[in-house]
Design a protein around this ligand. Structure first.
Ligand code: SIN
Length: 577
């Protein structure tokens, strides 16, 4: 088995991973940095980000302020975000937009050359910079060019990490090189997890097939705690029937949501914000319309939906600002949004919770102690800026701001690896190799594919926009059975070259653990807050539940703890839009 020594290891190659690499490389030219991606790095899910990145760019022109951005974010989060982290986000987000400008992102501009900002849900003022509706793609392209020019950074494309190996002073990752099936260990002094969220545990999601939460599961198995995983964001406007994201920018540019009576129903749910209310509120509104018989049904999939109408925006706006949305609709369902309204419904989109970190991105255990040499950045980490409901376009800012924070941290954490640590890493690697060999050879009863379908059905049915105890208990019961069955799997493909059957099986094992954690956390939280909306506890309960849920593995079970929400300036109040 190959053992490769680096100083900084970054698992994941989206915006969080790439920005961490660039900043740590710039601050420590001697550090050897490895980026590991299970895909070709440019296929990371960040390329799919559409609508834009938030940040206060022109306070003197539009009377915006960091304070207002912070307030919107905290109110949007239903007061579960840590306010110190939000203050850090809003203070630094504008700099990051300028940083990307310097890297070459072609931000949309007005005729005076000023970067345009578009309205997004829950934001008081338009403050989302964008590059048409392909913002993530342009950011990733610029980052990838930059990373490739750095002499101290190596990218390991299509290398799948199966385990985090930890000793007192060293950290490593066990990897399967997908192209050859060969195993290797990359080890060093700092590991940054930047692998994105786990929306794929749901049946219908706006996210790519790769968003299986691997890094979160690896951290969880390495002793990290998870925070607030019950809060899964359902994006209100996923295309029916395939779930592809129809960006919130479509509503930011003026799109309407209509029910079957052609009524702009948002007036009943958020009369001042209408289609630009936060996502949790719009998703609930859509499902309420459907439940009360004012939706429509797609005959082939049986999915119920409402309409997103862009026709009145006209061809020029659609072609200039939403060209990809038009292309997606035409190419995937044969519908031209210039001529017909788009069928949409809420779908899993973002993981508000994740690996529990402090404000510097350092990973914490269930007692809130730092785990040596481990950081998390981006959607996989929960630094608590989004709380119970993220505002659209705050995620790209979060990835960029904490990519810089964590890049700085790890640039300072480089040290030699002692002989004893290396020996211990080797031993842990041998154990992992044995586990994988057993899994590979096992003649188990189930394939990951059959169990995965069931898991996704359960999540969609029992842990969707509206939840209640009875349904969640039923769902948890099935997930527990699936978790047991996941120890009895068989891999049919016995080849070494690009064995996607092996990869899918490992991804499923990660996902079922995370689906189980979501279910436990959701059942445990007996209130409604943000995206966690319970019909049996319909109100927010600050007296008991103004706290973060912290979970950690406890043998084959889960233990639960809580931590305080950091309130700096904004006292919780009722959310009205
Ligand atoms: C969107 O464009 O609607 C998604 C952007 C985000 O989730 O922030």
């Amino acid at each position: 088995m190959q053992l490769l020594k680096y100083d900084v290891i970054i698992l994941g190659s989206g915006i969080g991973g790439f920005t961490t690499a660039i900043h740590s490389s710039n601050l420590n030219k001697k550090a050897k940095i490895a980026i590991i991606s299970k895909l070709h790095a440019m296929r990371s899910h960040s390329v799919s980000a559409e609508g834009g990145i938030s940040g206060v760019l022109y306070p003197e022109i539009n009377k915006d302020s960091e304070k207002l951005h912070a307030y919107d974010t905290i109110k949007g989060s239903d007061y579960l975000s840590d306010q110190d982290a939000v203050e850090l986000l809003v203070k630094n987000a504008p700099k990051e937009i300028v940083f990307f400008e310097h890297l070459g992102v072609p931000w949309n501009r007005d005729q005076k050359g000023i970067i345009q900002e578009r309205p997004f849900g829950g934001m008081s003022i338009p403050r989302t910079a964008f590059a048409a509706d392909k913002t993530g793609f342009f950011m990733m392209r610029s980052l990838y060019d930059q990373v490739q020019s750095l002499p101290n950074v190596d990218i390991f494309h299509e290398n799948f990490a199966t385990k985090i190996l930890r000793t007192k002073d060293a950290v490593g990752v066990f990897i399967i090189d997908l192209a050859t099936g060969k195993h290797k260990v990359i080890y060093g002094s700092s590991l940054v997890i930047a692998t994105g969220g786990f929306s794929r545990v749901y049946k219908i999601t706006t996210t790519s097939h790769s968003t299986t939460g691997d890094g979160i599961a690896l951290a969880y198995n390495a002793g990290a705690s998870l925070k607030d995983v019950e809060f899964v964001q359902f994006h209100p406007t996923a295309l029916v029937p395939n779930g592809i994201l129809i960006t919130e920018a479509a509503r930011g540019e003026g799109g309407y949501l209509l029910n079957k009576d052609n009524e702009r129903f948002m007036k009943r749910y958020a009369s001042s914000k209408m289609e630009l209310a936060p996502r949790d509120i719009i998703s609930r509104a859509i499902i309420t319309e459907i439940n009360e018989g004012r939706g429509m049904k797609d005959p082939s999939s049986g999915l119920e939906y409402v309409y997103l109408d862009l026709r009145h925006l006209g061809k020029e706006i659609i072609n200039k600002k939403l060209p990809m949305i038009k292309e997606i609709c035409i190419k995937t369902i044969g519908l031209n949004p210039e001529e017909e309204p788009i069928p949409v419904r809420p779908a899993a989109h973002f993981t508000m919770g994740g690996i529990n970190t402090d404000i510097d991105g350092r990973v914490l255990d269930i007692e809130l102690n730092h785990i040596n040499n481990l950081w998390a950045v981006g959607e996989c980490g929960c630094v608590s800026v989004h709380g119970a409901n993220r505002l659209g376009s705050n995620s790209l800012s979060q990835c960029s701001v904490w990519g810089r924070v964590v890049g700085k941290e790890v640039s300072k954490n480089t040290h030699d690896i002692k002989h004893d640590d290396l020996k211990e890493l080797e031993k842990l690697a041998e154990e992992e190799e044995l586990r994988l060999n057993v899994l590979f050879d096992k003649k188990g009863m189930y394939t990951a594919y059959e169990l995965e379908d069931e898991m996704r059905e359960v999540m969609e049915k029992h842990f969707y926009v509206y939840r209640n105890e009875k349904e969640m208990k039923k769902g948890l019961d099935i997930l527990e059975k699936l978790l047991k069955k996941s120890t009895n799997l068989r891999i049919q493909d016995k080849s070494n070259i690009f064995n996607t059957n092996l990869r899918d099986t490992l991804e499923f094992i990660n996902q079922i653990e995370l689906a189980h954690a979501v279910a436990v956390a959701a059942l445990n939280r007996k209130e409604s807050r943000g995206a966690h909306s319970r019909t049996d506890y319909p109100k927010r309960d600050d007296r008991v539940w103004l706290k973060h849920t912290i979970l950690a593995k406890d043998g084959s079970g889960i233990k639960i703890n809580y931590s305080d929400v950091k309130i700096t300036k904004w006292k919780p109040e009722e959310r009205k839009y």
